[in-house]
Design a protein around this ligand. Sequence first.
Ligand code: DAH
Length: 348
Amino acid sequence: MSSERIEALLQRALEELHAATTQDALTEWHARYLGRRGDVTALLRQLGTLPPEERPAFGRAANALKEELQRAYEQREREIRELELAARIASEAVDVTLPGRVPPIGTLHPVTQMIREVTDIFAHLGFQVVEGPEVEYGYYAFDALNIPPEHPARDVWDTIFIESDQKEIVLRPHTSPMQIRVMQRRQPPIRVVVPGRCYRYEAVDATHEWHFHQIEGLAVDEHITMADLKGTLAEFARQLFGRERRVRFRCDFFPFVEPGVDFAIDCMFCRGEGCRVCGNSGWIEILGAGMVHPQVLRNVGYDPERYSGWAFGMGVERLVMLKYGVPDIRYFYQGDLRFLQQFDRIPV
Ligand code: DAH
């Protein structure tokens, strides 16, 4: 074993050591040269095979090699640790001068926004906001509202029934049953609005959903007249659709009111000229209303000679469609963010 070979081994080991740039490569290098099966260890083992006179010189040279490589190894390990730390600091650095990321924030559903807008208007007119059950007895949904069983008007509300052996139970097809619940619980004066979900067994198309929202209104007291109804609804329509709105009342029929009316505003798209939205009539019907039927008052134990009142009911989706030109009611319940996010700037 000549000193040239030791020298050559040293050169090769040092070159490879400097080529190592990671902890893993370094560990591998250590095993290759200084480990139990490493080249240097193998070299030292050869000591015993040499003639005795060569042993001291070879031993010194081999040990010197081992020590030098060990030092170089430790030095390189420090360097690599620093290199890796520097790389990590660079890659994890936070640039505090970058603008912050805005987290996505949801928006209120247009129907929720409209319910708030409408109930706000009525709250300022002195109405209280109350809510009622979506699963309702047939008695409240129909009978007490002057729609007895077998009455043909009962078919108008295509009702979803819930199976029941005893009392008839339905998903409420309108918010009117809350008229009865409120009057049963309280004595006049009553002024309430009732927003809520309704359900109907309905074929879905551009203007019909099987699930939708209504807002009901009810005012009962002594001396309440149709003039109060007209004034209240006209003020409501002007706050929601613009002060310049003209309003129209026409006769209509609902079993729980007498007389019944439909309430319309002049079309805000064509200002009454006639267009697609108003079906060329110049008018847009926005709700049904009327004087509470004396029989309904009797059903809750009120004396119709003493008390009178009026009620109204409107579809919330329809109001949004009219106000913002939404062409199809099905958009409301498809969860399409492209539709919903268009309503994120409407003040609530
Ligand atoms: N409940 C009726 C419907 O769903 C709407 C309605 C009409 C409500 C006249 C009323 C009313 O309170 O007076 O079609």
